[in-house]
Write a protein that binds this ligand. Structure first.
Ligand code: ACO
Length: 327
């Protein structure tokens, strides 16, 4: 038995903030952001709009395209770094209720920006084990709501959005989700984190500020890690699958920084055109970035059944991983 990506959908908030808009409120410039990251715009959710709200919109599109109703779902796996609540309940349960997916289990999967890769492998294995038939995987983020606008090192990098796929049992030979590589290096936990608000660094009445709870990143440490793991993931996935780069239609990477992928492409001697990027428009949307990019590739009509797509991701944890999907 095989599993496959039955359908995809995405939703990004309408409000668009350009690099020039940011340069009005902090010491930065379009030139710096573009040349250091490739990012030109980001989409921003209105205050009060949550990861569940965006996830529901993306999920409804994926359900409709997949010819399924919410009641056909057996499981919802939601990945986010910006959950509706701290710890519990899972944002996936909020989505389950809003969709009316009354037959589905629901849980959140925390693997930073690699969440989508971890989640589709979990979905695949649940189907292969007979636990579920149709699984909704959705990555959804409202990162601008946890950004410290006094920290230009991070505030310019992130955007909001959601991307969803439905994973189902495959009835044809052409389409499948191949094995994944899922890895972690927890020694890097503190280079990319939201520090305060959990049990280790709790809120302190009258002392904790919003910025203590905001996203923190040691950009250079993450950059070095990301170039190394992206290079190794692509090489290993191709070797394990016995495929050459020419057999891959698109590499859809986590959309963090174009320079990371340019460096990996150079090391691997892969033409940069193999990579699909849309970070110019959406910036880094963490675990939503891969399905948002996949949705764009789909909507442009660039995919046909049987095409090989290689996904890679890296992020907080630190985590990293990749997989090859036959569309
Ligand atoms: N505007 C203008 N100047 C800036 C800005 C900004 N927004 N941010 C930093 N600078 C300045 C710095 O202050 C520094 O100035 P100085 O030389 O006077 O001290 C200078 O630019 C260079 O700073 P660096 O940190 O060395 O810049 P670098 O080239 O490393 O780029 C960046 C920084 C873009 C963050 C890079 O390190 C990077 O992309 N890291 C990886 C980030 C990433 O992938 N994150 C995603 C992780 S997973 C997830 O998605 C959650």
């Amino acid at each position: 038995m095989n599993t496959y990506i039955r359908s995809v959908g995405a939703f990004v908030p309408e409000k668009r903030v350009t690099n020039n808009d940011l340069s009005q409120i902090m010491d930065t410039s379009d030139e710096w952001i573009k040349s250091h990251t490739g990012i030109e715009n980001r989409h921003v959710a209105e205050k009060g709009v949550t990861a569940a709200d965006l996830a529901v919109k993306a999920a409804k599109i994926a359900l409709e395209r997949g010819g399924l109703s919410a009641e056909d779902l057996d499981m919802i796996i939601l990945t986010t770094a910006t959950p509706d609540y701290i710890g519990f309940p899972a944002t996936a349960c909020v989505v389950q209720d809003k969709l009316g997916a009354k037959n589905a289990g629901a849980f959140d999967l925390v693997a930073g920006c690699t969440g989508f890769i971890y989640a589709i492998d979990n979905a695949k294995n649940m189907i292969l084990a007979g636990t579920a038939k149709n699984v909704l995987v959705v990555g959804s983020e409202v990162l601008t709501q946890v950004s410290n606008m006094q920290d230009r090192d991070t505030a310019v990098l992130f955007g909001d959005g959601a991307g969803a796929v439905i994973i189902s049992e495959s009835t044809n030979e052409e389409s499948s989700i191949e094995h994944a590589i899922l890895k972690s290096d927890g020694s890097g936990a503190e280079v990319l984190m939201r520090k305060v608000g959990g049990i280790k660094y709790p809120f302190v009445d009258g002392e904790t500020t919003f910025n203590d709870t905001a996203l923190y990143m040691d950009g250079q440490a993450v950059y070095k890690f990301a170039v190394k793991v992206n290079t190794n993931l692509i090489k290993e996935l191709l070797e394990r699958s016995n495929l050459a780069i020419d057999d891959i239609s698109y590499i859809i990477p986590h959309q963090a920084n174009i320079r990371i992928l340019q460096a990996a492409a150079k090391r691997l001697k892969i033409p940069i055109e193999k990579f699909y990027f849309n970070l110019m428009e959406y910036a880094n949307t963490s675990s939503a970035s891969i399905p948002i990019a996949l949705n764009e590739v789909y909507e442009k009509g660039l995919l046909k059944r049987g095409d090989n797509i290689l996904f890679t991701g890296f992020g907080a944890g630190l985590t990293y991983g990749g997989t090859i999907v036959k569309w």
